[in-house]
Design a protein around this ligand. Sequence first.
Ligand code: UD1
Length: 419
Amino acid sequence: MEETIFVSGGRKLFGSVDVDASKNAFLPILAGCILCDQQVCLKNYVHISDLDLMRQILAKLGVASSLSGRELVLDMANLENNKLSHTLTQRLRASIFLLGPILARFRSAVVAYPGGCNIGLRPIDIHIKSFKALGAKIIEKHGYLYCNGENLKSGEVTLDFASVGATESLMMCCTLLKGQSVLKNVAKEPEIVDLQNFLRKMGAKVSGAGSDTIVIEGVEKLHGCEFSVMPDRIVAGTYLLAAATCGGDVEICGALEQHNESLLSFLRQSACNMVVERDRIRVKVDKRLPSIEKLQTLPYPHFPTDLQSQMLVLQCVCDGTCVLKENLFENRFGVVPELIKMGANIVLNSNTAIVKGVEKLFGADVFATDLRAGAALVVAGLKAEGYTTIHNPAHIDRGYERLEEKFASLGADIKRSKI
Ligand code: UD1
């Protein structure tokens, strides 16, 4: 039996929805736990498969964990393994974030090439080059990276491109390297600030996260701590865009203005009615919005690639034409043929989509090709007239906890079903 998400579309959304903790902050924080040999308690676990996978990977390294409701306790006292095999890393791109912490703890690591979302090549050359710049010797053989970190030393590294994962992995490694490390041209995403907050709670001396330079004074040891992970700005953005697409009146609790400024400024340009408070945003839409003329994805603080598919769905039903350019991942337009099946008018030209808004989308059988494409198709199904079946919801479960139940609580006619 195949699991699908089934939507009977056309209803507006009303009510209030909570945003869970951020997947992209949680993943590096889980990796960072192995920097200490004590216990870490993470307070607001999210039941999504990417986090479950990361826990399985940690278990292979010797980390014991117990989950009770949303509280996850990890015990690093018996960490014993520095090898990450193919079977697990193939399924999770973020497994590469473990390279830095493993190198810091063991001074050697054997890591299989990571897999993850089907959105492009996703090379790891920046990770490799940065660790080499700190003195690691890395050999690539048979799909594995063999890393010797005996001569790892603190120092200055300038990233060729502000990769989120490379910034996080490097930052974690440097917390245990003697002396001062200066990381330049790093990524500025809020998840990196959250990782810095977590590392500081473990006793690390890190500053500068959120700017393009991070400075780390190495310490001998880190200790256990308790921590609550920041809310997920991409999940918040998905709800904001769903409300703008479907219409209605939705309060998104845990949507933070400072993490979503670029999205909010685009929605304001579209005259989308929003009330922004300290820890929540309310969206009220009762008419068709005008298209955004031009939009492109770029690293934070600009418009995030992880919201591109959901924004594409909104533009499909706006009044006018939008030119949307994807600059980060070459396969992010997997959602386009599915939206065309639903009646969207989109022309793809390499990494640019030209979207002419249509009055209506129509229900169809569609296939989630990746995590964000899956969420976008759910939103398209909510807006469409008639029935939509979304196949491969496992992609959605990687990053959204019970997405269909959240939308059902806002009045949508949506359920998971087996066919
Ligand atoms: C993280 C996020 C992902 C988001 C992405 C960009 C997590 C778990 N995932 O992924 O959801 O879409 O940031 O905001 O936090 N690149 C290289 N060489 C490298 C590393 C990256 O060429 O060694 C390229 C990538 O192919 C991509 C760009 O740099 O084009 C950005 O990638 P990066 O910032 O590293 O993304 P991730 O950390 O994988």
